[in-house]
Design a binder for this molecule. Structure first.
Ligand SMILES: C[S@@+](CC[C@H](N)C(=O)[O-])C[C@H]1O[C@@H](n2cnc3c(N)ncnc32)[C@H](O)[C@@H]1O
Length: 350
């Protein structure tokens, strides 16, 4: 499986124009500060970008970030600018052709961002075997990945390795492709469907359970969109399975509870994050307006108070008194389907 994927990204595809579907494409909706950074990325790096989401969480200055499946390095270089000279970005990829493009422009981007020394490094390796690379346990504040884990033959190993490398209070923040049901093996074995980041996708509920089993007790969905595929030949092979691009954040926090429990706690966001003056988006169901008293479950409280977000919040309450399950905790298909109806949970807290 690894060799087939290496061939697809190293030889079959020369640029994003060669993609056969829109699975490995990112929506063009982009905040202004990111557009300005993207304008500084070398065109050859951008032309070999195959990501499916926007990987730029908040509060990045000084952070140490690992990118799983960094490809030609576009996300690494954008994050290099955002973490600044005191932070660092490490990319890992198994495809030599992609790595050589990424490495060729290290100094170009150092100059673009005005740094004395580059804060970016790339390693050749497998994301299932990160222990074979010189990366220390509990070393990273954030692990990102953009449209890669669907390609992995051992997704459990990837999540376990990521959990090991994250600091306590750190998070995995990543975009990937998910399906609305389990994908049959004959489709997973189809080299084109797999290479296009479709048939290796996890059924969303299997992903949630896998993440929990790897130590990420409360996965949070940040954003999602249905993939339209836009290729009749590929669509006909997919037998009506629906695919979604989704960004999840998985916090490494010990002993998060298996459900959202209500202790009557609340938080107030102080508006102090540079690109989030009016509101802070923790996930799709927690858009916390500046200055507003925002009721939260016990897990959300800890995601804000035991992470890099702590300085930006005021915290009210404790866990002495328990009031039951936090209202609206849902388990239906979490993605927006573009259809109306009861299947999409709009009021769940997570
Ligand atoms: C769809 S591309 C995305 C690349 C990059 N994240 C981007 O946004 O442009 C998938 C990348 O993941 C890499 N990849 C896939 N499976 C991998 C694995 N098991 N270990 C390391 N790299 C992997 C491929 O070599 C390829 O560069």
């Amino acid at each position: 499986m690894h060799e087939q994927v290496k061939d697809y990204y190293g030889k079959t595809l020369q640029s994003s124009d060669d993609l056969q579907s829109n699975a490995c494409c990112t929506d063009t909706n982009m905040p202004a500060h990111l557009k300005a950074i993207l304008a500084k990325i070398h065109p050859q790096v951008s032309s070999r970008y195959y990501g499916c989401g926007l990987i730029a969480p908040e509060a990045l200055e000084g952070m140490h970030i690992l990118d799983l499946g960094s490809g030609s390095g576009r996300d690494c270089y954008v994050l290099s600018a955002l973490v600044g000279p005191k932070g660092s970005v490490t990319g890992v990829d198994m495809t030599p052709e992609q790595l050589s493009v990424a490495r060729e422009y290290i100094d170009y981007h150092r100059q673009q961002f005005g740094f004395d020394q580059s804060n970016v490094a790339f390693f050749e390796g497998y994301i299932e075997k990160l222990d074979a690379l010189p990366l220390g346990e509990n070393q990273f504040d954030i692990i990102i990945s953009n449209c890669v884990i669907n390609l992995s033959p051992d997704k459990e190993a990837v999540l376990k390795q990521a959990h090991r490398l994250l600091k306590s209070g750190g998070e995995m923040y990543f975009s990937d492709v998910y399906s609305d049901r389990r994908v049959p093996t004959h489709l997973t074995n189809d080299a084109q469907l797999h290479g296009e980041c479709l048939s290796g996708a996890l059924y969303w509920n299997d992903f949630i359970n896998l993440a929990k089993g790897c130590g990420f007790a409360d996965p949070r969905l940040v954003e999602d969109r249905p993939l339209t595929i836009d290729n009749p030949e590929i669509e006909s092979k997919l037998q009506g399975i629906r695919f979604f691009s989704a960004t999840y954040r998985l916090f490494k926090i010990n002993d998060l509870e298996p459900a959202c429990e209500d202790y009557g706690q609340s938080v107030i966001y102080n508006g102090g994050l540079p690109y989030s003056k009016d509101a802070f988006l923790l996930d799709k169901h927690h858009i916390i307006k500046t200055g507003e008293v925002f009721p939260v479950c016990g897990n959300t409280y800890r995601m804000l108070s035991e992470t890099r977000f702590k300085p930006f919040f005021q915290f009210n309450g404790n866990t002495v008194e328990h009031y039951g399950l936090f209202e609206g905790c849902g388990s239906a298909l979490p993605f927006d389907t573009g259809r109306t109806g009861a299947e999409t949970s709009t009021n769940s807290c997570c």
